[in-house]
Each structure stands twice: as structure tokens, then as C-alpha cells.
Design a protein around this ligand. Sequence first.
Ligand SMILES: Nc1ncnc2c1ncn2[C@@H]1O[C@H](COP(=O)(O)OP(=O)(O)OP(=O)(O)O)[C@@H](O)[C@H]1O
Ligand SMILES: [Mg+2]
Length: 244
Amino acid sequence: MKRVFVKTKNVKNFITMMNNLQQRADGVPGMGLVYGEPGLGKTQAVNWWAMKNDAIVVRCSNLMSVRWLLSEVVEELGEMPYYSTADSFKLIVQKLINEPRVIIFDEIDYLTSEHNVIETIRDIHDKTNVPVVLVGMAQANTRLMRYKHLYDRISEIVRFEPFTKYDLNQILKELAEVELTDCAIKYIHSKTNRFRQIVKIINKAEILAKANGLSTIDEIILKEVIKDETTDSEAVETTDKIKV
Ligand SMILES: Nc1ncnc2c1ncn2[C@@H]1O[C@H](COP(=O)(O)OP(=O)(O)OP(=O)(O)O)[C@@H](O)[C@H]1O
Ligand SMILES: [Mg+2]
């Protein structure tokens, strides 16, 4: 499989959102939200954008406290965290005022019940005015609505949508090192429209093509390739990262 970052429609919407956040007028709040079902490419998109734009990405974790979150941000800023959370917070504010950088919190679902952590993220935004982007699963939007002060500051929202056939064609064209017939592509689209699943299918198709000296994979061969895969319709969504 080619190691290429595909600019899907979701990615393009995300880039537009980030441009809007960075170029917003004075007085417009600068928080953003990205959400959507698992495996649609949210993390990949934010990491790709962060690399290009010198942004900070913090992956939230289960049981993350304010101290832990602040330590992660401080380390991403290239500093040593203080023992005192107040000192770490002040350091972050000072650094970001002197040298503004976008901060992205991935897997925000872990923190949607952690009132103190969520309000600390809002405080970082209020004190520094840097764009702060939260990334989470499909329910993140409704869960964050409970935090009225925070939600009020969200001026840009992008929902990552399942792929259309057009997206799928683009992904297969850019990533697959084996040709797939139109019928095979149609079959993949009927089985899944998530990046993670698509990548697994391409991988299996390429292995099979190599082992059998095939340059093209059709629907019949593909059915063999993915017969053991769990597809979207059969997949049970994981909710264990969400606390109610
Ligand atoms: N734009 C892209 N270009 C190429 N490959 C991608 C792209 N986006 C995602 N992928 C592939 O799909 C996989 C899943 O993507 P990713 O982890 O970003 O999904 P996610 O939406 O963050 O999922 P989750 O909600 O489970 O965290 C990646 O590991 C990568 O292999
Ligand atoms: Mg992710």
C-alpha cells in the first residue's frame, strides 16, 4: 500500500475549518469541534495538519486529570511540568501568548464527564485566544453541549461523514497498489465506508494479488479476501471510551 495522505472531502472540510479558526475576526471565539464515527480518519487528519502547522496535539486518556492534561501540554511546548497545576497553567498561558500555537485535543470523549478538565481547556482558550480544537466520536457534540460556556465558544464544527463512492474511488486510487475493478469497488462500498476497514481490505487484496501473481482484483476474488472481515453493518460500536 502506498504511504499517501489522502485529501478526502472530510479532510478538505477540516482544512477549511482550521483556516477559518486561524483567520477569524477579533472577538470571534476560536474553539472548534471535529466529530464522527470511528475509523473515518479524524486522528490522521489532525496529526497531518498539526505537523504542517506546528500545532500541538494532546491525546486525551481515560482518568486524565487536570494536572495530567496540563503536564502533557507543557511537555508538548518543550518545557518541564511544575508540581503545582497553577504554575503549569501559568506557564502554558505565558508560552502561548508569547508564541501562539493551535492546540488540538484528540479523543475528547474520555473527558466529557470531567467538568474540571473541560473547564480548564476553556480557560486556556480564554486566556491565550489561540484556536483550541476538540476531536471526538459521534456523540462528542451532544455531550459537550452540556458545557454551555464551552459550547458557546465553539465557532467551527466539522462532522466526519462516512465515505461516498466518490471518496472510496479516490482512496483506492491513491492507496492501493493493485487494481480493483468497478464491481470490486462497488462491493467494498456496500460492505464498509470507513478508512480503517478500507485500509485492511486493501492490505489483504494486495497480499492475495502478490501471492497469486494477479494485477487486478475483481468482486469474486474480493469476496474471498474480505469474507473474514467484520464490516460496518456487523460491527458493534465501542462505547467504552465514553463516560456518561
Ligand atoms: N487521509 C488519510 N489518508 C490515508 N490514510 C488514512 C487517512 N485517514 C485515515 N487513514 C487510515 O485509516 C486509519 C484510521 O484513521 P484514524 O485513526 O485517523 O480514524 P479516527 O476517525 O481517528 O478513528 P477513531 O474514532 O477510532 O479514533 C489510519 O490508521 C490510516 O491507516
Ligand atoms: Mg482517532
